[in-house]
Structure formats: C-alpha cells, structure tokens
Design a protein around this ligand. Structure first.
Ligand SMILES: [Ca+2]
Length: 557
C-alpha cells in the first residue's frame, strides 16, 4: 500500500485533494439530503410545500426551490405553467428532480398512488380557455437532465409550439422539450399521457434536442400519445442524436394513437447521429392510426451513424398506420459506411397498414446483419409496390425467419434490393404466405435460400417471381429451395434466369407452372398437375418418374 502511494505523482495528489475537498463540502452543505415537496391546487394550509396540508398551490413554487435529489408530489387537478398570458412559460424540471403526479392528496407512500384514478394534468391552455392559439409553446422543459430526473404520472396537453423560428423551443416539442444541446440529457418519462400537443416544426408532443454533438437517451415507459401533430416530423416524438451509454429501451410499453406529421414519422421520428454507440430499442409498443405525409406512418428512423448502429424493434403492433412510403415502419441510412451494425425486427405484427409504396421499408444498405423474425403481416395495402422492401448492398446478411404473410394487396411480398457486386445471401426460414394475390419474392443479385416454407396461392393468376434479376453480377445467383411447398395458380411460374434453381424435397403444385432457365431439381421434388414443365431444365435422376400426370393430386412418399 505504501509503495502505491509513493508511486503517485503530483498531479494525482492534487486530484485526490480536490475530491476530498468536494466530499467534505458535500457533507457540510448536506447536498445529499433529499426533500419531498407537496403540491395541491386545493390546499389551504401554510403553503410551505412540506406536507399535503401545507402543500404549495402552484407547481412552479416547488420547481423553483427543488434541487438535485429532491422529489415533488403533485395532487390531482389541472396545473398551468403560468396564470398570465406568457406563452414562453414552461414547467422547468431541474436536473435530478423526480416529479410525480396522480395523487389523491393524502398518500404517505409512493405505492399508494393511482395516477389513472387521480389525473394530474400539466396543461398548456393558458390565455383564453379552449383557444389553442394563445397556449404555451412548451408545457414541460427538461434541460440537461441527469439519470435521476423523472417525470411520472402526468397528463401533458395543449402545448402549441407555433412560435417564431428564431427560438427552437417555440417551434419544437409542444408538450415536452428535452434539451441536450452541446450537453447531455438522460431523463425518464413514465406513466404519462401526451394529448393534443402541436409543434410547427418537429416533435408535436416531445422534442429531444441534441444539437452540437449533444448526447441524449431519454426513456419513455408506459406512456400514451394521442392526437399530437407536427408540421414537420415526429407527430408524437422527435428524437435526434444518440448516446455513449446504453439505457435499455428508448420506448417501452408505449401506445401511439392518431398522431400525425406532415413529413416523417407520424408517431415517432428518430434521427440517429454520427456519434454514440447505443441501441435504439423500441419494445412492447403499439402504433395505431398514425399518419405521416412522406415516410414512416408509425415509426421513422434516419441514421447517419458510421459504426455501432443497433436498431431493434421488438414485440410491437403496427395497425392502420398510413404514409406514402413505409406506412408502418421506415428506416433509412443517409450516410452509409462499411462498419458493422445490426437491425432486428422481432415478434411484431403489421396489420391493415396502408401505403402508396411499401409497408415496411428498410434501406439500411450497409448495416451488416438484418433480421426479421417471428413477425406477421396481415391485410396490408400497398398501392403500387412491395409489402416489405429491403435494400441491402454489399456484405449484408439478410435473414427472414418465421414470417407469416396473409391477405392484403401489393405488388410483391418481399423485395430485396440490388447489391451490385454480390452479397451475402438472403436466407428465408419458415416463411408462410397464404391468400395473397401477388406473393412475389423478388431477390435481386444475391443468392436466395428458402427453407421449410410454404407459399399457397391457388387463385394466383399472375406471375410468381423469384430471383428475377442478375444483370450486374458476373455469376448469376442461385435459388435454393429446401423442404418448401409452392402451391400456385394456373399462370404461376418461378423465374430463375441464368443458373437458376436447386430444389430439394419440394412440392411444386398446380398447372402451367414454369421454371426459368437451367433449373436443377433433385431429391424427391414433386411436380403435380403441370402441363408445362421446365424450360431448359436439367433434372436429377429419378425426378421424371415422380412427375405426376396432369390432373392428379400430388403427394409425398
Ligand atoms: Ca388558450
């Protein structure tokens, strides 16, 4: 131990003295002591804020004196940021303060609180009641919040950030403005409802500002966003940037209903910046009836990050969202790099979404691992193009597993974009497509493996298309079918230009099905009810004897 101290240089000793002094100061001034303040608009006591009886009547009184480590309990009722007509007034939450709403006004333990039974509203409707034109620009302001900062159990409504563009807080984040400009912000928002907030630019309900290399990772848990609107992007939430720490889910158990944005992200728009290394995790969330005028009716993600990009959407429901492109979910890499990254969509449902083009749009060209796992797509409508569009250039591994597609209207079920110079393959395991008019799988350039899958479209009267193009690749890619059933309509065909198809233990069923050039069919693949079979085919030994005569049902021995 002695030798360790001796080895310290002068700089270390100075630092040690500095910390010792800070610790002494903290002890002497008692900054670690925590105070709980009480706010109740109906209280008639001494107005000291130190008990329910003597509660402050105005939340602003508590916020004015609360310090890092303090908490504020707010009883049911409606609280406005100002009693006059100052539209710039907000409830400003100091860093490290925990703000709880939803009390009856008698509780002694936090666990006794029932925030749904005793609603506590932070309401931007100042000025003329019911007239939104004179409302507060931003209802709640959280600048540079540390990880101990909390907003829990409030209704936040009627913010109207329609001010002058010279002040960002007057045009973004009508309900809540989280500021990390040239700094950091890590607040938690729980059990809150954001209703009818508006921003003329971004973040109808919530703006997360990370300008000038700021980093932010707010977490929203058990929150509901309804009827918020942004003139630009992020009808409910607009989040920029990223963080150097990982705090789990960005959105957890949240519900987004009827939010809208004129541009991107009807409910949520994220712009992941170039710095940071966090995971963008959206988990157990519902996106319903949201609308975006350009892209991403439910959730929109833009990223310029060049490394350490992890996007994960898990256990979410996207229902009846509308947008011209990426009606449910839209992801776009604006500045691709060759570094690793990962994107995963798992355990999620996409139901009755509507687009001009594409329900699920993933343009993350150089995110190395892209996975869609255990997802269902039911009754979606895309006017002119695909249900799922994935553009994956160069060395991208694309995996679709346990995907179920049913009903709806679109030009192709799955479209993988164009890797010009070859790519890792597309692997599809346990895909089931039923009752879809055009169940095309267009896979451009890369090898395509379809295993243990079933595509049933007996009423199909258009072309079924696999592996359509290979124009820019020296070696044409191949289609590998294993243990897969294609049960198609009369005009159906599998198109495999160039080297084409290798099939193992497959069933190709129904009439007039065509295979493209040079297929190789091996190992007990059955062709049933076909009157046109194979163009330029090379059949494996024994296959011909297994071709069923026209009109007989197929079976597997
Ligand atoms: Ca008003």
């Amino acid at each position: 131990m002695l030798s360790l101290f001796i080895s310290f240089n002068n700089k270390t000793l100075i630092l040690m003295k500095h910390f010792a002094l800070l610790a002494a100061l903290a002890w002497a001034t008692g900054v670690s002591a925590q105070t709980r303040y009480y706010v109740n608009h109906a209280a008639t006591g001494a107005n000291s804020g130190l008990s329910w009886t003597d509660a402050f009547n105005d939340l602003q009184q508590a916020l004015a004196i609360a310090q890092d480590g303090d908490e504020i309990w707010v009883a049911q009722g409606t609280y406005k940021p100002t009693l006059d007509d100052d539209r710039a007034a907000s409830f400003e939450v100091p860093s490290g303060v925990r703000l709880y709403g939803g009390f009856a006004g008698t509780e002694t333990q936090l666990e006794q609180r029932d925030w749904t039974a005793f609603p506590t509203a932070l309401d931007g409707d100042i000025g003329i009641p019911g007239d939104t034109s004179d409302n507060a620009y931003t209802v709640v302001f959280m600048p540079y919040s540390d990880e101990g900062t909390l907003l829990d159990g409030f209704i936040i409504r009627n913010g109207n950030a329609n001010g002058h563009w010279s002040v960002l807080r007057h045009i973004d984040g009508g309900g809540l403005y989280i500021l990390a400009d040239n700094g950091e912000a890590y607040p938690d928002i729980r059990n809150c409802r954001f209703e009818r907030n508006y921003a003329v630019r971004v973040g109808g309900a919530v703006e997360v500002n990370v300008a000038n290399s700021g980093t932010a990772f707010p977490r929203f848990e058990h929150c509901v966003f309804t009827d918020n609107h942004a003139g630009g992007s992020g009808g409910a939430i607009s989040r920029g940037g990223g963080s150097w720490i990982n705090r789990g889910a960005f959105l957890y158990h949240c519900r987004f209903e009827r939010n809208s944005a004129n541009n991107y992200g009807g409910a949520v728009s994220c712009s992941i910046g170039t710095t940071g290394s966090d995971t963008l995790l959206v988990q157990n969330c519902i996106f319903e009836d949201n609308y975006a005028g350009k892209q991403g009716g439910g959730l929109n993600i833009f990223t310029t990050r060049t490394k350490n990009l992890f996007i994960w959407v898990d256990s979410c429901l996207f229902r009846r969202n509308i947008s011209p492109q990426g009606a449910a979910l839209n992801m776009l890499h604006l500045s691709p790099s060759k570094e690793d990254g990962e994107m995963k969509i798992s355990n999620s449902s996409f139901i009755e979404n509507m687009a001009e083009e594409i329900i699920l749009r993933i343009l993350l060209d150089l995110v190395k691992y892209q996975t869609i796992q255990n997802c269902e797509f039911i009754q979606n409508y895309s006017q002119s193009t695909s249900l799922i569009l994935i553009s994956a250039l160069e060395n991208v591994m694309l995996l679709l597993e346990d995907v179920y597609i049913s009903k709806g209207d679109f030009d192709a079920a799955i479209f993988r974009g164009a890797p010009l110079n070859g790519s890792l393959p597309t692997v599809i395991n346990r895909l089931k497509i039923v009752d879809v008019q055009r169940p095309w799988i267009n896979n451009v350039h890369a090898d395509l493996f379809i295993n243990n899958s079933e595509i049933v479209a007996p009423l199909l009267d258009e072309v079924f298309c696999l592996q359509k193009f290979y124009l820019y690749q020296n070696t044409p890619p191949s289609l590998y079918l294993n243990n897969t059933t294609l049960w198609l309509g009369e005009q159906a065909r599998v198109v495999t230009p160039g080297r084409g198809l290798i099939a193992n233990n497959c069933i190709f069923s129904n009439a007039k099905m065509l295979l493209g050039s040079f297929p190789t069919v091996v190992n007990h693949s059955f062709f049933a009810n076909m009157d046109t079979l194979l163009t330029g085919a090379t059949l494996g030994p024994g296959i011909r004897s297994q071709v069923q005569p026209l009109g007989r049902a197929s079976s597997v021995a």
